[in-house]
Design a binder for this molecule. Structure first.
Ligand code: CA
Ligand code: CA
Ligand code: CA
Ligand code: CA
Length: 422
């Protein structure tokens, strides 16, 4: 059923290359063909993807209203990107949280399950979402501007509760009862936390008061460990959306929080003593057991070398020997960097690895979005959906103002041995 549906898209004709082939996603120079659905080869592969979909709205209830009918232009285009790339498990960042999974279910029903522009519909029987810290009032003056309230004083930056939350869609069963959330884990409880300093006082690390630190979570949205059962074996989806390391001053409070939010995953997957400080929202302590399989997904907001890089946590995560980096890339990102110029010209990272089309006067395009499988998983292919200008699909990525998102979908295909075909 699924393979049949995939064939009728007509785009998807290229077989996967053998491992290792992190840069060459498929044997084609055609960007549109470079994105091939997983699982068409002799072995069964599972495609994990992350996509900052910019499905956030300016007020509570707006996204539910937009998704309540099947005619929202941006949502249709986001769905089309997903119907071209066809992830088996995908995390969407910047998807407003609405209690009772309302927005998540409406997007599934009114957009993903309806073929967009002749693409085959997607069937995601399993959905996971949970509350986010974004927009939750802290009751404190966290940005030290002299007043309490507003997006900058929320537990995570946001105009209303749940703005720019997260959702996971999956073809494979989500083990919801075993999912762990770390929404309320306090930043101060991380040993060696990079707590910011108020530079006008003598005391160190005092941007936040004691009472503020007693209320301030590490997660600006949330951190989730959501196990997905693939062929009877669990793969832990480690989902987050750390605060962008911007909109602060010399105290670098967002940069420091971003860094520690990323470090959390490195400690979590290492487990043992490194993760003994971690406790989840249900009170369970510690990280993953050694040998458990996982995929880190999310807009981590940080290029390893460029933009507002802090030489700490993204490097620490990428260098963790339990993590592998399949270096997803695209021709479109390389082309965009050259065409857009500006800050891009001074970047050190390979522009083909970029995943976000950021303004080019100051930051330039960066690698912000990651799919990082555990080193115990075999990666068959990886890529970024960023077609070159004029190629099929480029109308969905576009240039500012973007028809979909300023971020691009990133995926990696992993082989799971002993997988039963569905
Ligand atoms: Ca304030
Ligand atoms: Ca100080
Ligand atoms: Ca740009
Ligand atoms: Ca770049």
């Amino acid at each position: 059923m699924r393979l049949l549906a995939r064939c009728v898209t007509g785009l998807l004709t290229v077989s996967l290359l053998a491992v290792p082939a992190p840069l060459a996603v498929a044997g084609s120079t055609d960007d549109a063909l470079a994105v091939v659905p997983a699982g068409q080869g002799a072995r069964q592969e599972v495609r994990f993807a992350t996509y900052n979909a910019s499905l956030n709205r300016s007020a509570a209830g707006e996204l539910v209203r937009d998704l309540g009918t099947p005619d929202d232009a941006q949502a249709k285009s986001i769905a089309e990107v997903l119907q071209i790339t066809r992830p088996d498990v995908v995390l969407l960042n910047e998807f407003d949280y609405a209690p009772g999974n309302r927005a998540a279910d409406l997007f599934n029903r009114n957009y993903l399950s309806i073929g967009q522009n002749g693409k085959a519909p997607l069937d995601y029987p399993y959905v996971y979402t949970a509350p986010s810290n974004t927009g939750v009032p802290s009751g404190h003056d966290l940005d030290n501007d002299g007043s309490v309230g507003g997006a900058g004083d929320a537990l995570g930056f946001g105009a209303f509760e749940g703005q720019s939350g997260m959702v996971i869609y999956s073809r494979h069963p989500i083990l919801t009862e075993s999912a762990r959330t770390f929404q309320r884990f306090l930043w101060k409880d991380m040993p060696g936390a990079l707590l910011p300093d108020n530079p006008v006082t003598e005391a160190p690390e005092d941007w936040y008061s004691k009472s503020e630190l007693a209320a301030l979570p590490l997660s600006s949205t949330s951190h989730w460990d959501v196990p997905v059962s693939v062929g009877g074996k669990a793969v832990h989806v480690l989902a987050s959306h750390p605060t962008p390391p911007v909109s602060d001053d010399v105290e670098d409070r967002n940069g420091r929080r971003n860094s520690d939010e990323i470090r959390f995953w490195s400690d979590y997957v290492t487990g043992g003593p490194d993760a003994s400080y971690i406790h989840d929202d249900a009170g369970a302590v510690g990280g993953l057991q050694r040998g458990e399989r996982f995929v880190v997904l999310g807009d981590l907001g940080r290029d390893p070398l460029d933009g507002d890089a802090r030489e700490t946590s993204i490097g620490r995560l990428l260098d963790n020997r339990l993590v592998q980096d399949p270096l997803p890339s695209s021709d479109g990102a390389g082309e965009a960097s050259a065409l857009q110029g500006g800050a891009n010209a001074d970047h050190r990272s390979d522009p083909r690895l970029d995943t976000a089309d950021v303004e080019d006067l100051d930051t330039g395009n960066i690698r912000a979005d990651y799919v990082l499988p555990s080193s115990t998983l075999q990666v068959a292919a990886a890529g970024v959906f960023w077609p070159r200008a004029g190629m099929p699909g480029s109308e969905l990525t576009g240039i500012f103002p973007f028809p979909t998102s300023d971020h691009r979908l990133v995926f990696a295909d992993v082989t799971l041995h002993g997988l039963r075909r569905r």
